[in-house]
Design a protein around this ligand. Structure first.
Ligand code: SAH
Length: 236
């Protein structure tokens, strides 16, 4: 979440900036970038931010979108319209998943356009993807702070459901490594006569379920295989 930046382009109403900051802080986001805001800082923004005025104080203000995006590796533009542009369109859930699966050290920007006219084509050209919040086709344009709220909520949901990252030193075992382990396990269970070749029942399938649930990493599979080798050695 901390690597996600919310960028508001050329916002005309300071109240919307404050409301967007509040929506962000409620969902645990903190990096707010304002591109050429029409009225900022402003008492109206501070009032609407309520307890999120710290985000306004820390917000970066830049003259161009290019400047706000400098250190970002993935840029997703929020658009109410179905643009006739070759930019892949995501829904909010997919965009949140994409943002959170980026490496921890890469910054992701979500860009929101002007209240009246949205994002220009030049600005859209800087986006890798667009995100559109499904809405009433006859009235699809949300208030910008409401749009920020929906996207920030999906980021929150995705972050809360993402499993803790695997220790980077040991990656998950590959299917090939698991198959080698299962063969080793089966040979060992036969050797110690726990498994009966004439009546194997469901034993190996059950063990597969167990290890699939555990999803061991490479190092853990090596430990298990070391144990199997030691067991067979002792039995001889
Ligand atoms: N009339 C403008 C609407 C701008 S609303 C237009 O057609 O583009 C201000 C900003 O809020 C938009 O630029 C967009 O970033 C965001 N927004 C509003 N409704 C949205 C929706 N349904 N999906 C995605 N973003 C939306």
């Amino acid at each position: 979440m901390s690597s996600v930046r919310i960028v508001l382009v050329n916002t005309s109403h300071p109240g919307n900036i404050g409301a967007a900051a509040r929506a962000m802080k409620n969902m645990g986001l903190s990096d707010l970038a304002l591109v050429d805001p029409q009225d900022f800082p402003s008492a109206e923004a501070t009032a609407r931010a309520s307890g999120a005025d710290d985000l306004l104080a820390a917000a970066s203000v830049s003259a161009s979108l290019e400047e706000a995006l400098r250190d970002c590796t993935l840029v997703i533009g929020a658009s109410a319209r179905n643009r006739t542009l070759p930019v892949p369109m995501l829904d909010p859930r997919a965009s949140a998943a994409l943002a959170l699966e980026q490496p921890a050290d890469s910054r992701v920007a979500l860009v929101f356009g002007r209240e009246r006219t949205g994002l220009t084509n030049d600005e859209l050209d800087r986006c890798h993807y667009l995100v559109r919040i499904p809405a009433n086709p006859a009235y699809p344009s949300l208030n910008i702070a409401a749009a920020v709220q929906v996207i920030a909520y999906e980021l929150r949901m995705a972050a809360d459901s993402t499993l803790p990252r695997q220790e980077s030193r040991h990656r998950f075992a590959t299917a090939e490594e698991m198959e080698r382990f299962y063969r080793h396990l089966e040979e060992t269970l036969l050797a110690i006569e726990f498994l009966d070749a004439d009546n194997p029942r469901q034993l190996m399938r059950r063990l597969r379920r167990l290890f699939a649930r555990a999803r061991p990493n490479q190092n853990e599979v090596n430990i298990l295989r070391g144990i199997l080798t030691a067991v067979v050695r002792r039995c001889r």
